[in-house]
Design a binder for this molecule. Structure first.
Ligand code: G6P
Ligand code: ZN
Length: 542
């Protein structure tokens, strides 16, 4: 093998978004595309003598990209790379390995819940030594580096055998191929009451886990079936496939429809769950009842003490602004802090590092805790299982009791996709323009208490983020929020988040869309969504 310094030129558009650099796979496979970006990462974070973690969600090009990155790490003087067998690591498992081994960070190959395949999406992101995604200052520096790059370093030689566990070498660099599941499963076992969950499965508790042909398959089979004794076949779509079997691996009622149908049908098991491409998102469903991500966060916060890892209580709970306020009510009852952050998991990192928030969650099917610095799909599923085992009640009963105690925050998100950008922008501008005049007005029989464009001051480092979404808040705890998606790829995606608080005891069992009807009408009359966009109904409802 020989080390080679390869001349190159900057390639336009290598600007990482919220979760690293995501592009169509053929773009990533283009000449020097991956190499330029990876060299830019290495130039920014430094490589000499360092140790990194490497793995991905198994999508198309994952394996070949991993080989390139290993050869580049060696040529750049890294001391050691810990790589998941078969180049597989879920995002939360990679975050854990980074922290467990006190490494200098890691590279994760994934485009999360976006479809994979030769014509779908691919992505590369860097996580810091704390296990969390690189902050904007770092990804900006990487981007700047891509605009001035003139060469990259790479070993030329044979591939490493990533199917073989143990140590191999590229030049002076050690490559440690590790079981992608083992350390993560041990972490889960340290947090949850595995004997109680095992006893529940032994008693006939039935579950369906849909891994959507993505990365959680091997993790879910090992943890749920092998260690916890769930029936063989509990995990479906359990083999990670390069194209996710043609599925769109996003765990929500639309894309995980087969699971939803089963859970709402006559043969439904007691509990259902799904996770996304790289294993950080989750959806949970009870027999005959869907659990909204906002409710899930609130129920987990109220019951976390039932799991050994959280028995000492929570320091605080954090949610993104568009997530419902259900978790706030739990925090208030527990007498612990609660935080409202902008959309994006990265805003939770400081709160967790500073020990101020233990549990965090977002309406976009993300839940997690300070055990890693990413959201964690299987963790959420296991915490639910632990709670079900401890309370010996159904999901439906747990939700009913939760609402009876705290009231119910009816919640839904309406997405309007691929709107022409100018139309979306003028609609948001018009709405922002009327905010100051709204308080005191009555719409659809509801009085507007406050209206603003959400701004956040990070309580740990004092940094300020403005323009994070328009909130119109009504007396009594109902509200709607509007923001444009930061992850859409085609035109603009408008997200309309709807919430209505019912204190109970009556009115806790309505259909959410019916309960929210006045708030939906108020949003339409104030923001004139159909007038601006020509759309009179959302494309996706969650
Ligand atoms: C990614 C981030 C999440 C965030 C979501 C929002 O999945 O990891 O933390 O909630 O994007 O996406 P949006 O399209 O609403 O900007
Ligand atoms: Zn994801």
């Amino acid at each position: 093998m020989t080390e080679r310094i390869h001349p190159t030129q900057p390639i336009a558009g290598q600007k990482p978004g919220t979760s690293g650099l995501r592009k169509k796979t053929p773009v990533f496979m283009g000449p020097h595309y991956l190499e330029n970006f990876v060299q830019s990462i290495f130039d920014v974070v430094g490589t000499a003598g360092k140790t990194f973690v490497l793995g991905g969600d198994g999508r198309y090009f994952n394996d070949r990209a991993a080989q390139v990155i290993l050869r580049m790490a060696a040529a750049n003087g890294a001391a050691r790379v810990i790589v998941g067998q078969g180049a597989i690591l879920s995002t939360p498992a990679a975050s854990h390995l980074i922290r467990l081994n006190k490494t200098d960070g890691g590279i994760i190959l994934s485009a999360s819940h976006n479809p994979g395949g030769p014509h779908e999406d691919f992505g590369v992101k860097f996580n810091m030594p704390n296990g969390g995604p690189a902050p904007e200052a770092v990804t900006e520096a990487m981007y700047r580096r891509t605009t001035e790059i003139t060469e990259y370093r790479i070993w030329e030689g044979q591939d490493i055998d990533l199917s073989r566990l143990g140590r191999q070498e590229i030049g002076a660099m050690a490559v440690d191929v590790v079981d992608p599941v083992a350390d993560y499963a041990a972490l889960m076992e340290s947090l949850f009451d595995f004997p109680a969950i095992r006893a529940m499965f032994q008693g006939g508790f039935a579950m369906r886990m849909d891994s959507m042909c993505a990365v959680t398959g091997p993790y879910a089979v090992e943890i749920l079936e092998n260690r916890l004794g769930a029936a063989k076949g509990t995990v479906v779509n359990a083999t990670p496939l390069p194209d996710f079997g043609g599925m769109h691996p996003d765990p929500n009622p639309t894309w995980a429809k087969a699971l939803m149908d089963e859970m709402m049908g006559p043969e439904a098991p007691d509990f259902g769950a799904a996770s996304d491409g790289d294993g950080d998102r989750n959806m949970v469903v009870g027999r005959g009842i869907y659990v909204s991500p906002s409710d899930s966060l609130a129920v987990l916060a109220a019951n976390a003490h039932l799991a050994p890892g959280y028995a000492q209580g929570l320091a605080g709970v954090a949610r993104s602004m568009p997530t419902s306020a259900a978790a706030d009510r739990v925090a208030a009852a527990l007498g612990i802090a609660h935080f409202e952050t902008p959309t994006g998991w990265k805003f939770f990192g400081n709160l967790m590092d500073a020990g101020r928030a233990t549990l965090c969650g977002e309406e976009s099917f993300g839940t997690g805790s300070d055990h890693v610095r990413e959201k964690d799909g299987l963790w959420a599923v296991l915490l639910w299982l632990n709670i079900l085992a401890a309370r010996r009640q159904s999901v439906a009963t747990i939700l009913a009791e939760h609402w009876a105690r705290f009231g119910r925050n009816y919640y839904s998100r309406h997405d309007f996709e691929a709107i022409p950008v100018e139309k979306a922008d003028s609609m948001m501008a018009a709405l922002r323009g009327q905010l100051a005049a709204l308080p005191g007005r009555t719409v659809e029989g509801m009085q507007i208490e406050a209206a603003d464009d959400f701004a956040y001051t990070d309580p740990v480092d004092g940094s300020v983020s403005t323009g994070q979404g328009v909130r119109v808040i009504f007396a009594g705890g109902s509200r709607f929020v509007m923001r444009l998606s930061g992850t859409g790829t085609e035109g603009a995606t408008l997200r309309l988040y709807l919430e209505r608080y019912a204190p109970g005891p009556e009115g806790l069992t309505l259909d959410p869309q019916e309960a929210l009807a006045p708030v939906i009408r108020a949003a339409e009359s104030l923001a004139r969504i159909s007038g601006f966009t020509g759309r009179d109904r959302p494309d996706v409802v969650t």
